[in-house]
Write a protein that binds this ligand. Structure first.
Ligand code: DON
Length: 325
């Protein structure tokens, strides 16, 4: 890092100027009062609407954070690209995509619908993510107990985040499981259509999905994960090769087309960056080969995306030419 600094070889050489823009954008978005905190899971309804944080981590490890960046939130659907990445690493894309498609669903994230092949449309919606949870296994130990699977995912997520330690919110997990009629319906609907690999224990699979949604991190931590994705799978903080480049490419492709709920097409049009949002108000945004960003603000628009997060992304693209096209 220091050598690069002396040689001015950073991917964003004028980082101080860049930070000034991020700060302005942060304060502009802070004044937004639109949106509603998700309430379909009672514990999520307790989130504080004022919380707003933005963290940036470049692929060469320059970092900047502003606002509520150390307050923990649950990953919710931001866990979906990460569990998908893990499945790709161990099973490869051919096996994973025997079970789950790569097409945007054009529907809400939890709709009771499968694609023409009677598979979930993609790994970024609930049905697809539940399916991915049933596939997950480690190379060292293909048959894992639920407890081992939990530890395996926690430590994998941690490696994506430069060995930062994630938390787990048990109250959200319990609340999530209590309020899960739709997810159970999806789970059984997929079992009816023989979507799962043989021997899948559906109850354990659902619990595992709720646990992944209930893992906790903060903006600082999640920006490192996004930066690992921006950096072809090598964590910029530890230099560890966590994901293969082809896994990262697949993850980013589906974040680009399916990551922002039923707003994904418009987001791809306006912002042109791979991103994933979750109902806790978090957004993972990847600027490939440049940086990872995490924004967090609980109030959501009617489609489920964070209002401040969206405004931030649109402003980012106005100020910098990060749109892919
Ligand atoms: O399955 C649920 O209801 C939520 N916990 C999923 C979270 C989420 O962010 C929605 N995403 N696709």
């Amino acid at each position: 890092l220091i050598t690069r600094a002396f040689r001015s070889q950073f991917v964003i050489p004028d980082f101080q100027d860049f930070i000034k823009d991020i700060e302005e954008m942060y304060w502009t978005a802070k004044s937004i009062t639109d949106g509603k905190v998700a309430s379909y899971i009672p514990q999520l309804a307790r989130a504080n609407s004022d919380n707003w944080g933005v963290s940036v981590c470049t692929i060469d490890g320059q970092r900047f954070s502003i606002g509520d960046v150390t307050v923990p939130f649950t990953l919710q659907s931001c866990s979906k690209p990460l569990t998908y990445a893990m499945a790709l690493e161990t099973l490869g894309p051919d096996v994973v995509h025997q079970y789950v498609g790569t097409e945007p669903s054009g529907r809400n994230f939890n709709e009771l619908v499968l694609d023409h092949n009677m598979k979930p449309h993609n790994p970024m919606i609930n049905a697809g993510a539940i399916l991915v949870c049933s596939l997950l296994k480690s190379l060292d130990k293909p048959e894992m107990t639920l407890a081992e699977k939990f530890d395996y995912v926690m430590s994998f997520f941690s490696r994506l985040a430069g060995n930062e330690v994630l938390g787990f919110n048990n109250a959200v997990f319990l609340s999530e499981r209590e309020a899960a009629d739709r997810n159970y319906a999806l789970g059984f609907y997929m079992r009816e259509h023989k979507c799962y690999p043989d021997k899948t224990n559906l109850r354990e699979c659902m619990d595992f999905y709720f646990q992944c949604c209930s893992m906790e991190a903060n903006c600082d931590i999640m920006s490192i994960m996004a930066a690992t994705l921006a950096n072809g799978g090598i964590c910029p903080i530890t230099d560890e090769k966590v994901l293969r480049p082809d896994s990262v490419r697949n993850v980013l492709s589906l974040m680009h087309s399916c990551g922002m709920y039923d707003y994904s097409g418009q987001f791809a049009f306006k912002v042109g960056l791979p991103a994933k949002s979750g109902v806790s108000g978090a957004m993972l945004i990847v600027v490939p080969n440049v940086m990872g960003i995490c924004t967090w603000s609980p109030p959501l628009d009617p489609l489920g995306n964070s209002c401040r997060g969206l405004q931030f992304c649109e402003e980012l693209i106005k100020r910098f030419n990060f749109h892919k096209y």
